[in-house]
Design a protein around this ligand. Structure first.
Ligand code: MN
Length: 491
């Protein structure tokens, strides 16, 4: 399924108190709002007006239907009039989809001449949305609250961004990850509890033999390789004479796609420690798969692989780019304090400034032939880095705001793609916070999502969220982590 195929059901709360005329007006306005929201061009998914709910049964029925509808990624509720919230309890107690309480109002202005008690009874969102908000708080039901006028672009933008997080949650619940080889020997942060992850996030993380991949690579035909080479040539500049290396990568990509697609997997991991029967560590093969939406994690890191796939799904149609990334080295010159991110091969070209080059260089790690890879610089702009870690008994999602810059030096002998950034609030504080929170060296770097969207996703998945942003201090973060540790042990 694509992001645009998901729907969000608009459920408007009311009651029988006001008579049929008011209810008809509410229903027609709700339909009008759904239509105009869909026509705004701000929303990645469709809003479907479902019901002006007046009874416990209507609410329970629509929520049961939402739970069972594969296309429905969440419900958006709003109270045009007053909707007594006890009638929402049974429905909300059974809700399994994401929920946004849209605290808006049909009319923008209070009409000075027109306003009387009939107007007040029809237009009382300020009244109804408070009753509605209480029951969400009372039931401790995870929800997003978005307040503001429904025709304002900034409000529509926020609704659209939340939709992306909610659809990302729906995608997560069906995500399959294919592992080629195990976790890199002795590495801790890339490990994790696959049973806990499946229960919490829905991920099916399973292993397939590297030997089967090697046999599938060997069985790829020359014409399949030719077709993949054509695609590479259309997207990238060939800057090597070693065409055979590129062709072997194309062969690997065709084989990996065959195996992933046969199992419905949208993400994969591999490791340089287990390349049984393979001539090269996949470089451009992995990079090009990433660029078409697959998730990837190196050294057996299936957590970052799945997160990459989810963030790529959430950001479909956006053009900033999202990549598997690794913190490598620092530039610690005062006033020019930057992190340099890269990987030994596998950075996604969706974050490239300009057209990537295909180069072939020796790779000292993995004991195989020289692999073809894409080399490029990442673009400048605001972004985030995201890391999911297993704290033992719970998962923690860490998101840090960063400001990417054009790399301040050309680094002509660095044979891999590179992205340079300034961590927020500054390199030293940001680094101290990241390390205190236990964030990994592997991340998803994205120019298309922000911390609010990752917080929304974490809330829907019911996992811990830590944000390191422009106002974070080490002292406050330590305190938050301490309290959060206690809270999540009790939860
Ligand atoms: Mn790595």
């Amino acid at each position: 399924m694509y992001l645009k195929d998901y729907e969000f059901w608009f459920v408007v709360g009311s009651q029988y108190l006001y008579g049929p005329e008011v209810l008809e007006t509410v229903a027609s306005r709700a339909q009008e709002m759904a239509d105009k929201l869909n026509a705004s061009g701000k929303l990645p998914c469709k809003v479907v007006y479902k019901v002006t709910a007046k009874t416990n049964k209507e609410i329970t029925d629509v929520i049961r239907d939402a739970n069972h509808d594969e296309k429905c990624a969440g419900i958006i509720t709003w109270c045009h009039t007053f909707s007594p919230s006890k009638m929402w309890i049974n429905g909300l107690a059974s809700l399994q989809k994401a929920w946004c309480h849209f605290a808006t109002q049909y009319n923008r202005e209070i009409p000075n001449e027109e306003i009387d008690m009939d107007f007040m009874n029809l237009n009382q969102a300020a009244h109804g949305d408070r009753e509605h908000g209480f029951i969400g708080a009372r039931l401790r039901t995870p929800r997003k609250v978005i307040a503001g006028y429904w025709q304002d672009p900034d409000v529509q933008d926020r609704l659209g961004k939340w939709m992306r997080s909610a659809a990302g949650a729906a995608f997560s619940r069906g995500l399959k990850v294919m592992r080629f080889g195990d976790n890199m020997r002795e590495v801790a942060v890339t490990e994790g509890d696959k049973v806990e992850v499946q229960a919490k996030l829905g991920w099916q993380v399973n292993t397939w033999p590297v030997g089967k991949l090697a046999a599938t690579i060997d069985a790829v035909t020359e014409s399949e390789v030719d077709a993949m080479m054509k695609e590479y040539e259309s997207l990238y500049d060939i800057a090597t004479d070693n065409i055979e290396s590129i062709r072997y990568q194309a062969r690997e990509e065709v084989a990996m796609r065959k195996m992933l697609d046969a199992e419905g997997c949208c993400a994969f991991s591999n490791t340089f420690q287990d390349l049984y029967g393979m001539k090269q560590l996949p470089g451009i093969a992995t990079q090009h798969m990433l660029a078409t939406g697959y998730g990837y994690g190196a050294e057996g890191d299936w957590k970052v692989s799945a997160m990459t796939a989810i963030i790529k799904f959430m950001t479909q149609g956006q053009t900033g780019g999202s990549a598997f990334m690794e913190d490598y080295t620092y530039h610690l010159v005062p006033g020019q304090e930057y992190s340099l991110g890269a990987h030994m091969l596998e950075v996604c070209p969706s974050v490239a400034e300009g057209r990537p080059r295909i180069e072939v260089h020796h790779l000292g790690i993995g004991d195989r032939e020289d692999p073809a890879r894409l080399v490029f610089e990442g673009r400048a702009g605001k972004a985030v880095v995201v890391s999911l870690v297993d704290m033992g008994g719970r998962l923690r999602l860490i998101c840090q705001d960063i400001e990417c810059v054009k790399p301040i030096m050309p680094m002509p002998n660095l044979p891999v793609a590179r992205v340079m950034w300034r961590a927020l609030p500054d390199l030293k504080t940001g680094l101290e916070c990241w390390i205190l929170a236990g964030g990994a060296h592997h991340t998803v770097l994205s120019y298309d999502v922000d911390a609010e969207q990752m917080r929304d996703w974490a809330r829907i998945m019911d996992i811990e969220f830590v944000h390191i942003g422009p106002d974070t201090t080490t002292e406050e973060l330590e305190h938050v982590l301490f309290l959060s540790d206690l809270a999540w042990k009790l939860k």
